[in-house]
Design a protein around this ligand. Structure first.
Ligand SMILES: C[S@@+](CC[C@H](N)C(=O)[O-])C[C@H]1O[C@@H](n2cnc3c(N)ncnc32)[C@H](O)[C@@H]1O
Length: 317
């Protein structure tokens, strides 16, 4: 089982770093949380995402993509990062005739939902491409370190063994951070974003990037006495996550300041705006029926305030 695999890794050096722990818990091929997740989150399960909630989200995005495609003459080739089971892909493909649709996904895509998509497991399988790179709740699902500042020094959370139990501990942190941390605060550092985006944008000749996620500004996140790391099991925030490796969702808030800085190395006109503004500016009400009050409230008020839409262009020939 996963606990045993983690225990064996810990025995080599005395601990494993938190980002490695998250990677094993979420993406271990046999026991990872995402790699073993069911097709649709049921009521009472850990989370549901906007595409799982309703096709209204996908239809509104489809409207946006079609408009940008016309305005900027970008072909309707779609690359979806972390497409999950394929709900967003299904809604987009039902909204307009796509030229091609590729999902980059480490877990199993439900082929019955999207029989015509091509699924790849890593960036290197993607050929050079012009089109739209889209994602929902992708960047928050990367492994992250938890770095804290105590007595003017930086420390990182690691996982070690005490007898048979997995425990958190702190070791000195010597790496860099995207922001200056305040005393007593904890910051979640998504260590894999830069390298991932570097490898991704090498393959994008010309296109439009659009992602949705929850999080906050760098200024806000560097000031948190309690970091934004959260573990969810059965829709409940838990703190004994070390007892169930691979069975809880481990996540943290996206630092949009840091993400924006990386994206600006590759893209022009990077914009970050609340999800509610994005949906309203694309006429979401057109896709809502009178029975959709709960969906409208979730998309526009609950998610609408916590989630942000990030976009940008890559010019090319
Ligand atoms: C929170 S889920 C969101 C799924 C879907 N986008 C949705 O909105 O329902 C994040 C997804 O990203 C995938 N993922 C995260 N990092 C990945 C990577 N580097 N390569 C491929 N897939 C990844 C996970 O397997 C997971 O299915």
């Amino acid at each position: 089982m996963l606990k045993e695999i983690i225990r064996r890794e810990i025995e080599k050096e005395g601990f494993i770093t938190f980002d490695r722990f998250v990677e094993l818990c979420l993406y271990h091929p046999e026991f990872g949380y995402y790699t073993t997740k069911r097709v649709r989150a049921l009521p009472g399960e850990d989370f549901f995402t906007a595409p799982e909630l309703s096709p209204v989200f996908g239809r509104t995005i489809a409207h946006h993509i079609e408009r940008i495609s016309r305005e900027k003459d970008i072909p309707l080739n779609i690359l979806e990062l972390g497409g999950g089971k394929g709900f967003l892909a299904k809604d987009l493909m039902e909204s307009f005739p796509v030229e091609s649709y590729v999902i980059l996904e480490k877990s199993e895509v439900a082929k019955e939902l999207v029989p015509d998509v091509r699924v790849v497991n890593c960036v290197e399988e993607i050929e050079e491409f012009s089109g739209f790179v889209i994602s929902n709740e992708f960047f928050d699902a990367f492994p992250f370190k938890r770095v804290v500042k105590r007595e003017e020094k930086l420390w990182e959370v690691v996982v070690k063994l005490e007898g048979e139990k997995l425990m958190e501990d702190l070791i000195p942190y010597s790496g860099s951070l995207p922001c200056e941390l305040e005393e007593g605060c904890e910051y979640s550092f998504f260590t894999g974003w830069e390298d991932f985006l570097e490898r991704l944008f090498k393959r994008v000749r010309r296109g439009y990037f659009l992602t949705f996620d929850y999080g906050s500004s760098c200024e806000d996140l560097r000031n948190r006495k309690v970091g934004t790391f959260r573990a969810f099991s059965k829709h409940t925030l838990i703190d004994n996550y070390l007892e169930f490796p691979g069975r809880a969702d481990l996540t943290s808030s996206v630092d949009f300041g840091y993400l924006r800085k990386i994206l600006e190395k590759h893209l022009l006109n990077v914009s970050v705006k609340p999800l509610s503004s994005f949906l309203l500016s694309e006429g979401v009400e057109r896709f809502l029926s009178p029975e959709d009050t709960a969906i409208a409230l979730t998309l526009l008020v609950d998610m609408g305030r916590k989630f942000w839409a990030v976009s940008g262009y890559k010019e090319g020939n």
